[in-house]
Design a protein around this ligand. Structure first.
Ligand code: ATP
Ligand code: MG
Length: 879
């Protein structure tokens, strides 16, 4: 056995199988493609399912990969066993109807004993209880002694997933020695402890599980194997666990460095260190594949792992943000095998920092709620927190349950854990239901599955707008049919079509398919299971039949508009990265005929200046008239050209590169212009936030932009009409208008003041005289309380010796102000009492001092009556 680094083991495995005629494919994205039975890729075979079922043809019958995997099911094991991570890499070799047990068993032995040089006396194998064939090969062909071959039951050694292809498996184990054992007398191969470590699983897919529970022999038998890269490295490096192998140890050391703790001294500390070490790998790889944190699905897994890492960081006493720093170590150690990590570095760091910061805020918010809950429990004399409450903290606020428990315990309280888990179970069921039914292929069971698997529909090409072809399948009114009639809703399949099927954010083409006997209007075009191109529409004339010669023609002006928007989307992305920074990544896009929508990662709203800068930059590139060159090349060549790697790359060596004069180089399968000048012009119409850290721009090009400007022009014309001005006079005209309005307002105020003064004069002249005290009682109309008081003061000043009673009504509310001069008070006047009489009359109340009082009322219709009563009161006081 010789020491090998993780990166060397990976290369040795792939090379070995390349030497056996296998095609090496890159790891697929962690996001499953066209497979909603799975949240995240969890094995080497998962992204290859379509090749196993025959839905798609593999590029070669023998394939080998190193696949990044996430298994959240193992989350509870992480940190506790020596061999589990939520993230790991699985090495595999695959046969699609090519070699079988007779080849793979000796090959795997050759790799393990000759290339990895593992000592044979430490190795064990298991086979399925009924698989004598495999046992025979292990013993007779390979020479494994019978006492080292263990027969296992269905649970351990039979791979099955509902109905569909399935079969027995055979695993290879390494005995790490007694010191890793559990010490139980019956500890042997298959024990849960860390002594006998499974590192390679060979799956022999030889049966089809039928719906009635029986198994039939498959015609095309497959091989699918999975070897844990980290586990193999653990064996070769003679270390304790996957956390001690070279690349992972580097991360572990960084955790210790940041936290200022030592590994291997305290069990609890070690668990936290391992959890962080594992989770930061998951989180880094998930983000590099374009998964964004959210509260559901994949985004939730990411958020949960990230928060769990942050939480364990706090347990270790880390004070500052640390996840981005650690992520750098992950990238450093894996970037050679996964260049995308390096390319998306800035973006990954930004995203982790934003999410980590948000989490600490969450903790603060959760603490607040938890404190309030505790107060409430104490007030009610409760000792146990309900499952509902603790789950809400966990689920809605992301507050870690162990923290809830810890704090409750400090307060002498506890948690109803059973009820908490019951809530958790409910939540899981809800999530499962939301994900939909799962079948072997994962795709929903739709009518399209009933089409012949091997039926092929070809795309005629981006430059072909119409062609002659043949109808090879029809679905009419949700049934597979040979014929469709006028009025039927149909999906039609052609041997070859000029229609672009919706993909990569670009919508499908519209157009007409016509035959000698009938005509179909196509209103959508999509790819269905197996990549078949479905033309969706309605028969608008006659009859169409399978086998008919058909002429297919797309709506060309519409396609041109779509191409304008698509090419502009590429220019926009480049401009955004130039103006805002390289953390900008596409997070989604939608290209239609009338507009384009582009979602991208950025952590603040764009300023108006930035928007203008981006818009100008795109328009500049349109005016420069850059040639759009489209070529096919290998992924590696594309990278060398500087093509932007997309999230979720798919298998297939050859990629399509869209190069706009060297300015923007992107991998893309969409329809584009020949030259950027054809876009005409580019106009951003909105910039909004759509999720945490994701912004959305909507923009127009060509015809859409022209229509936009035309609409603005029409509006200006309308304004010109109203203002009776020519467009070039509009500004001056408007400025003048604003000025005129200002001075008119001023003038009006002056008139109002004058009129008010006149009113005061009139009121004083007509005042009642009771024993030398003048009484004024008046309704001031719709004015506020303050104006009422100002008016009262003015009248009072003018009267010399007198009593002023004023009322107003506005917004359905009645106000009264009563004032009396000092000498009037001396003669017996009492404002407080007067206001009370008035207010009572109008359904209200109030009071005040003898010289000044205010009150309110409800009934405005009683104002006159109230004023009369108040006047009578004043007269009585002075009489
Ligand atoms: P175990 O029983 O140890 O969890 P498994 O039976 O779940 O393993 P398989 O599904 O057969 O494993 O996966 C194939 C190989 O992938 C395993 O032999 C192992 O080397 C590796 N592997 C599986 N799960 C993990 C994990 N959580 N972390 C690291 N490697 C793993
Ligand atoms: Mg497992």
């Amino acid at each position: 056995m010789k020491y090998m680094g993780v990166n060397e083991v990976r290369e040795a495995f792939l090379k070995f199988f390349e030497g056996k005629d296998h095609l090496r494919l890159p790891s697929a994205s962690l996001i499953p493609h066209n497979d909603n039975s799975l949240l995240l890729i969890n094995s080497g075979m998962a992204p290859l399912k379509p090749f196993f079922t025959g839905q798609e043809t593999p590029p070669r019958k023998r394939v080998t990969t190193c696949q990044k995997c996430i298994r959240t099911g193992d989350i509870e094991n992480v940190g506790k066993t020596a061999r589990h991570g939520t993230f790991f890499e699985m090495l595999g070799d695959f046969s699609f109807g090519d070699y079988f047990k007779n080849e793979i068993i000796p090959w795997s032995w050759e790799f393990v004993t000759k290339v990895m040089e593992l000592p044979e006396d430490k190795l064990y194998v298991t086979v399925y209880q009924d698989d004598d064939e495999a046992a025979k090969i292990w013993h007779e062909k390979v020479g494994v002694p019978k006492d080292r071959i263990f027969y296992m039951g269905k649970e351990d050694n039979f791979w099955e997933h509902g109905t569909g292809p399935c079969g027995p498996c055979s695993e290879i184990y390494y005995d790490r020695g007694e010191e890793y054992g559990c010490g139980k007398p019956d500890c042997t191969v298959g024990c849960d402890c860390d002594r006998y470590m499974e590192f390679w699983n060979l799956v022999f897919t030889q049966f089809n599980a039928e719906p009635d529970g029986t198994y039939t022999e498959l015609e095309q038998k497959n091989i699918d194997t999975g070897m844990g890269l980290e586990r193999m490295a653990t064996i070769l490096q003679g270390v304790d666990s996957i956390f001690d192998v070279d690349t992972i140890k580097a991360i572990r050391d960084a955790v210790c460095g940041i936290a200022g703790v030592k590994y291997g001294e305290d069990h609890k500390t070690d668990v936290s260190i391992r959890v962080i070490t594992d989770h930061i790998r998951s989180v880094t790889f998930m983000t590099s594949d374009g998964i964004l944190p959210s509260n559901e699905g994949r985004g939730y897994v990411l958020r949960r792992l990230l928060r769990r890492a942050a939480r364990h960081g706090k347990l270790l006493g880390i004070k500052d943000l640390f996840l981005a720093k650690l992520s750098e170590v992950v990238i450093e150690n894996s970037k050679d095998a996964y260049p995308q990590l390096e390319e998306k570095k800035d973006y990954i760091f930004k995203l982790l920092t934003v999410e980590e910061t948000g989490f600490y805020k969450t903790i603060d918010k959760g603490m607040e709620i938890l404190k309030a809950d505790i107060e409430e429990m104490k007030a009610k004399g409760e000792k146990v927190m309900s499952g509902e409450k603790s789950f809400r903290l966990y689920d809605t606020y992301g507050f870690p349950t162990d923290l809830t428990l810890e704090i409750l315990e400090e307060e002498g309280l506890s948690l109803d854990e059973d009820a908490f888990h019951a809530e958790m179970q409910l939540q899981k069921e809800r999530a499962r239901n939301a994900r939909g039914t799962s079948t072997y292929m994962g795709a929903d069971e739709t009518i399209y599955h009933r089409l012949p698997v091997d039926m092929e529909t070809a795309f005629a090409g981006y430059d072909v707008y119409e062609n002659d072809s043949e109808i090879i399948a029809i679905i009419a009114n949700d049934e597979v049919s040979d014929i469709a009639f006028e009025g039927n809703d149909v999906s039609v399949f052609l041997k070859e079509t000029p229609f672009y099927a919706e993909s990569g954010g670009q919508i499908g083409d519209n157009g007409i398919i016509s035959t000698d006997k009938g005509k179909i209007e196509i209103t959508d075009c999509i790819k269905v299971v197996g990549g078949k191109i479905a033309h969706i529409g309605k028969v608008i004339e006659g009859v169409v039949e399978v086998g008919d010669k058909a002429h297919a023609a797309i709506d060309v002006p519409r396609r041109m508009s779509i191409s304008r928007n698509h090419s502009a989307t590429h220019l926009l992305q480049k401009a955004l990265r130039t103006v805002l920074g390289t953390h900008v990544e596409q997070a989604g896009s939608y290209v239609s005929a009338d507009r384009l929508r582009f979602d991208f990662t950025h952590f603040a709203a764009m300023t108006p200046e930035e928007i203008e800068q981006v818009e100008n930059m795109v328009n500049e590139k349109i005016l420069e008239g850059l040639d759009v060159n489209i070529s096919q090349c290998s992924m590696d060549e594309a990278r060398q050209k500087g093509a932007m790697a997309l999230f979720g790359e798919k298998y297939g060596d050859v990629v399509r590169v869209v190069d706009m004069g060297g300015y923007s180089i992107e991998l893309c399968g969409g329809a584009h212009l020949k030259n950027t000048a054809q876009a005409g012009s580019f106009k951003i119409i909105s910039e909004n936030g759509v999720a945490a850290g994701v912004r959305r721009i909507e923009a127009l090009t060509g015809v859409g932009a022209l229509e936009f400007y035309k609409k603005e022009e029409d509006e200006i014309k309308e304004i010109c009409k109203i203002l009776k001005a020519k467009p070039d006079q509009l500004l001056t005209r408007l400025e003048n208008l604003v000025k005129e309005e200002k001075s008119a307002k001023k003038e009006l105020e002056a008139y109002k003041a004058k009129a008010a003064a006149g009113a005061v004069d009139a009121l004083c002249e007509n005042a009642l005289d009771v024993n030398g005290v003048k009484i004024v009682a008046s309704n001031a109309g719709d004015v506020d309380g303050d104006s009422l008081k100002t008016m009262g003061d003015k009248i009072k000043d003018k009267l010399g010796c007198g009593v002023v009673i004023l009322a107003s009504a506005g917004n359905g509310k009645v106000s009264f102000v009563v004032m009396a001069t000092d000498d009037a008070v001396k003669k017996g006047a009492n404002a407080g009492k007067i206001v009370k009489v008035a207010a009572e009359c109008a359904g209200g109340g109030g009071g005040g001092k003898p010289n000044m009082a205010r009150a309110g009322g409800k009934d405005a219709s009683k104002i006159d009556e109230a004023l009369k009563a108040a006047e009578a009161e004043a007269k009585a006081q002075l009489g």
